[in-house]
Design a protein around this ligand. Structure first.
Ligand code: COA
Length: 332
């Protein structure tokens, strides 16, 4: 890496819609129970955005908080990770930038679904490494509840809405907050395991209303998520010459507490080092990792100097991971 061209984390922000929907509320209208959802997923409640709140709105809140945390609203690019953009065309990032008063900067969406935040971090790091940007606002925002059939007990209870963001700045590879290396992968032959069949350009109008919602083969997704996150995490640690014992906190995509613990077990990482906020937010897709980072900071569980392993997995399929040492940064 050229001197001064490493991406360094300089700010963190989160935003959740205020409406809390707990498992009891869901079990009043779905054939499910608090006990089933809690024991199979670890989720107690999730946040659901009001109908007039969009991905752009949530991204603006989280992005603004990250800029406050970084103590500067100077950024020259914005990367928005989302699978639920306000429109198929155009991307949502330019609107987010203009609402933050950043009109004119480079702004684009990255869609790697639940791996989106790690993919967006890698993209932003690449902009910095190339000298194309000095400071980048990276936001993960999804309103995934709208992708789920409210009457489908297999998917609706799992997902929640939210947004999280970080500011990356150009710096040195050996300073706290420097991010990398990255390990990123995909398997498009397994796209059918988690897919929204209609609404895109291939099938603009659904044959069945249900085709506008996500369909998921839960057990297969579960197995891939555990194996791929563990495999990818091992790869980045190997590239840095680190052992699993060198990891202080594992911040994996919050899909299911059993997936997080399964990946940690495959890695040989004690459960105490697993950061988990899924109980209160559910699976927030691209927002999940920055929301978990913000919660862990607020709780005092994530502290400056901790070596943090990030790993994500999502539809596509996509997966990836990276490592950083936590800098002296608090959520804004
Ligand atoms: N309440 C009650 N029962 C439910 C239910 C719910 N909310 N959802 C599914 N069930 C039922 C199923 O219909 C099935 O019934 P059957 O045996 O009569 O067919 C039974 O529970 C067991 O289902 P199964 O899919 O085997 O359960 P599981 O232990 O695999 O847990 C998931 C299901 C979805 C929680 C789990 O597979 C999972 O988390 N998968 C990954 C999902 C994910 O993370 N997706 C996003 C990836 S980024």
């Amino acid at each position: 890496m050229r001197k001064g061209h490493s991406a360094v984390l300089a700010g963190l922000g989160a935003w959740l819609p205020p409406r809390v929907v707990d498992n009891q509320e869901l079990s009043r209208r779905l054939d499910t129970s608090d006990e089933w959802i809690r024991t199979r997923t670890g989720i107690r409640e999730r946040r659901i955005a009001d109908p007039d709140v969009s991905t752009v709105d949530m991204a603006v809140h989280a992005g603004g908080n990250a800029l406050r945390s970084a103590d500067s609203d100077e950024v020259d690019a914005l990367v928005l990770a989302t699978a639920t953009p306000d429109h198929l065309c155009p991307a949502s990032a330019p609107r987010v930038a203009s609402e933050l008063g950043l009109s004119g900067i480079a702004a684009f969406d990255v869609n790697a679904v639940c791996s989106g935040f790690v993919y967006a971090l890698a993209t932003a790091s690449g902009l910095i490494a190339a000298g194309a940007a000095n400071r980048v606002l990276v936001i993960g925002a999804d309103v995934f509840s709208r992708m789920c059939d409210p009457d489908d007990r297999a998917t609706y209870p799992i997902f929640g809405d939210g947004a999280g963001a970080v500011v990356l700045r150009a710096g040195e590879a050996d300073e706290p907050g420097a991010i990398g290396p990255f390990d990123l992968h995909s398997a498009g032959d397994l796209a059918e395991l988690l897919i929204v069949p209609a609404g895109g350009a291939k099938q603009r109008v659904a044959a069945e209303p249900h085709d506008y919602f996500v369909t998921m083969q839960g057990t297969a997704v579960f197995r891939h998520a555990v194996a791929r996150m563990a495999e990818s995490a091992r790869t980045v640690l190997g590239e840095l010459g680190l052992a699993v014992g060198d990891v202080d906190r594992f911040v994996g995509h919050q899909a299911n507490i059993r997936i997080l613990h399964g990946a940690a077990k495959q890695l040989g990482l004690p459960e105490e080092r697993v950061v988990a906020n899924i109980g209160s937010v559910g699976n927030t897709s691209a927002a999940s990792i920055p929301l978990a980072l913000a919660d862990a900071c607020d709780d005092g569980d994530l502290r400056p100097g901790h070596r943090v392993l990030l790993a994500a997995f999502g539809a596509g399929l996509t997966w990836g991971s990276t490592v950083l040492t936590w800098p002296d940064v608090k959520p804004g």
